[in-house]
Design a protein around this ligand. Structure first.
Ligand code: FCB
Length: 440
């Protein structure tokens, strides 16, 4: 059972579940083009068992049943994403089947009374655009603007809300500096350019949607709390730098029209020419902000190359990802975002959840650890609301077990278990817990 029910949250508070296109749809279906994740997964050493999203959950064919699961549990909203490589297989030319799919999916949500909350880009960059430098190329802002207009020209009239890009930190830093995600670069200059271009593309997309007359537009940032590994001033500085490049860079760009001083100092030489002039676009006004939150990191200083720090293993209980369970971080981000960046703008928790080594026993999946995780984080949301934060919704990650990127199909985040051989869906105890809580 969940500790809280719908009535413990303000009237109109939205409960939803989130997924993303490449992680569930099955990218071999419906004329989708090659995406950089296909290339990344095909390269040895990048992804567990070299798994890719070719079939995934086959949501492309089974979306009606999956939406039924959302409706039956009583969710109000569905946060989904639209694959660029499905809609424009070469990044520029439209695949009619791709647009048709999102059109059908939208109507299927509306038929079930679910609010469609779209994210335009959750990482399926068409390989053809990766060939042209992808996020390193400034032209990506215009390419993404065209993609935005193509998709929203078709389904924009029926969206409840739209965010251009899921998790700019992952698009830029995780994928171009740490190399853990596609395109797998480990290059400080590529990373700095991607950090700026991802925000330029975000702002361009917002402007194009305003041009279509659309409302309720936002952004989705991932946040990871940085805790100094010890009491030294060096550890405090290391954690502050981590906080700057992980969290504050994107919020600051979009809401303050500048980048944190430490990053201008350390990465300024690598930003693309004229970056200072792009803030009017980057700062295109928004209607809401979304935060994705999972964990924190303990950060300690070292004498290595930039960023001169490393992660230290923390003492708290961990999820299957090895991520510490730290609900206080969600509370603190919810408070800080309003206080320092967004004022009274509505905040949504757009992702929160945990991976767990779930198994089916006697036809059921008893994921009590996940229920406990949701309890703790919903409690953090409630505390922040009680202190005045303007939080208007919470979306669990994820509806289904799915393709967890570099970790393949091994890490299960779903409230619904997926057997990846038969593709059979089995609602877990956490799904039943939401069903119970949302009815009351
Ligand atoms: C987030 C991603 C999502 C999923 C979760 C676990 O960073 O947005 O696709 O992988 O982490």
């Amino acid at each position: 059972m969940l500790k809280y029910t719908r009535s413990d949250f303000p009237p109109g508070f939205l409960f939803g579940a989130a997924t993303s296109a490449y992680q569930i749809e099955g990218h071999q279906f419906g004329g989708a083009g090659r995406a950089m994740w296909d290339d990344f997964a095909a390269t040895p050493g990048n992804v567990v068992r070299a798994e890719d999203g070719a079939r995934a959950c086959d949501h492309y064919h089974r979306f009606g049943d999956d939406l039924d699961l959302l409706k039956e549990a009583g969710f109000d909203a569905y946060r989904f994403s639209t694959s660029w490589a499905r809609v424009m297989p070469d990044g520029r030319t439209v695949n009619a089947q791709g647009l048709d799919f999102y059109d059908r999916l939208t109507d299927a949500m509306l038929e079930r009374g679910l609010k469609p909350c779209a994210t335009l880009y959750h990482w399926e960059l068409p390989s053809a655009l990766a060939d042209q430098g992808g996020w390193r190329n400034r032209d990506i802002a215009a390419w993404f603007g065209d993609f935005t207009e193509t998709v929203m020209g078709r389904i924009g009239d029926r969206m409840y809300s739209v965010a251009p890009i899921n998790e700019p930190w992952c698009v830029a830093f995780l994928s171009h500096f740490l190399g853990h995600h596609a395109p797998g670069l480990r290059d400080i200059r590529a990373a700095a350019r991607a950090m700026h271009h991802v925000l330029l593309a975000h702002g361009t997309s917002i402007q194009r949607m305003r041009g279509l007359g659309m409302e309720n537009l936002g952004c989705v940032f991932n946040m990871e709390w940085a805790t100094p590994a010890d009491d030294s001033p060096e550890a405090a500085e290391a954690a502050a730098l981590y906080d700057d490049y992980y969290n504050r860079f994107y919020l600051s760009g979009v809401f303050h029209g500048r980048y944190p001083d430490r990053l201008v100092r350390d990465l300024g030489d690598h930003f693309p020419d004229g970056w200072q002039d792009d803030f009017p676009t980057i700062q295109a006004p928004l209607d809401w902000v979304g935060l994705n939150y999972y964990t924190r990191k303990l950060i300690g200083p070292d004498n290595g190359p930039w960023p001169h720090h490393h992660e230290v293993e923390g003492p708290l209980p961990k999820t299957q990802m090895g991520w510490e369970i730290y609900p206080q971080g969600l509370h603190d981000f919810l408070m800080r975002t309003g206080a320092e960046y967004t004022g009274d703008l509505p905040i949504f928790v757009t992702e929160n959840g945990m991976a767990n080594p779930d198994v089916i026993v006697g036809g059921a999946v008893n994921d009590t650890a996940r229920i406990d995780y949701f309890n703790q984080h919903l409690g953090a949301v409630r505390d922040a609301i009680a202190k005045g934060a303007n939080i208007q919704g919470y979306m669990a990650w994820s509806l289904l077990d799915n393709y967890e990127w570099a970790l393949g199909y091994e890490k299960r985040f779903g409230m619904v278990y997926v057997d990846f051989d038969t593709l059979e869906r089995t609602p877990k105890a956490s799904w039943h817990a939401f069903k119970d809580a949302l009815a009351r």
